[in-house]
Design a protein around this ligand. Structure first.
Ligand code: BTN
Length: 274
């Protein structure tokens, strides 16, 4: 069902169209600061689980570690989903891992190319990043009140439309396949796959998530660099944890769990010291 009327969202004074898609409300904007910001405001005002905020363009798209997420108008799939899972806040990172599984599978289905997950939630094609995910949790006590899951996929960008500073490390679906991809078809596919995985996750929890994530991950077994404030650690990515963390083994045999660090994949093959 499509509500063709553009409405006014008082808080942000932006025009949007509201449609009903696959059992959920979807707010469609031409331009916003960040879909995560709009989604948080809607969630704080009671928007239900599954509500989506979609925009063609963001003027202040946010990435992890306070980075910017930049994408030219109409070229990316940029949206945020409101979730209200009945789980303890410490397990919210599991939702981020789950969303990475969903995006990787959707890209594979729509484009026919292998997409892998770099912990925790970057999606890479042939080693280049095509999607980033930013989950923001609002909690009350130890329980999560709502989560805003922001997903940005580089869909129809040319090489020169990728941010100059990461042109070598990022890509788009268009650059990978040589074909223009419908952002709306990709969204519909993604929501169908999300519903299946989210349902199974709510029923079976971490064991389900773990098996799905392991099947799509390209991190475990690799040498990783973990950036700290004034130094960088190097170890081997060994496993993920129930908190959604990455377990890293160091040359001295010690193991550490990292929950939200900036991790990059080394180019080296498996190192015999480990
Ligand atoms: C990252 O790779 O650091 C995460 C990037 C997340 C970007 C998406 S785009 C849609 C949503 N709105 C935002 O401001 N950020 C997320």
């Amino acid at each position: 069902m499509i509500n063709e009327n553009y409405c006014e969202n008082n808080k942000h004074s932006l025009r949007f169209k509201k449609i009903h898609l696959q059992g959920r409300d979807v707010y469609i904007y031409r331009k916003v600061t960040s879909t995560n910001i709009i989604a948080k405001s809607l969630a704080a005002n009671g928007a239900p689980d599954g509500t989506i905020v979609l925009s063609s363009f963001q003027t202040a798209g946010k990435g992890r570690f306070q980075r910017q997420w930049v994408c030219p108008p109409g070229k990316g799939l940029l949206f945020s989903m409101i979730l209200r899972p009945d789980i303890d806040s410490q397990f919210i990172p599991q939702l981020t891992l789950l969303s990475a599984v969903v995006v990787a599978e959707s890209i594979q289905k729509i484009c026919g190319c292998e997409a892998g997950i770099k912990w925790p939630n970057d999606i890479l094609i042939n080693g280049q990043k095509v999607c980033g995910i930013l989950a923001q949790n609002t909690f009350s006590g130890s329980r999560s009140e709502f989560v805003v899951l922001g997903i940005g996929i580089n869909v129809n960008l040319n090489k020169d439309q990728l941010p100059a500073e990461c042109r070598e490390t990022t890509t788009s679906l268009f650059l990978t396949t040589g074909s223009k991809i419908s952002r709306f078809e990709l969204l519909k596919q993604l929501l169908t796959i999300w519903d299946r995985h989210y349902h199974n996750f709510l029923q079976s929890g971490y064991s389900y998530l773990r098996s799905q994530w392991l099947a799509k991950n390209i991190t475990l077994g690799r040498i990783v660099s973990i950036k700290k404030d004034s130094y960088t650690l190097r170890g081997k990515a060994a496993d993920i944890s129930p908190k959604g963390g990455l377990i890293v083994v160091f040359p001295d045999g010690s193991r550490e769990e990292y929950l939200a660090e900036d991790v990059s994949l080394g180019k080296e093959e498996y190192n015999a010291r480990f």
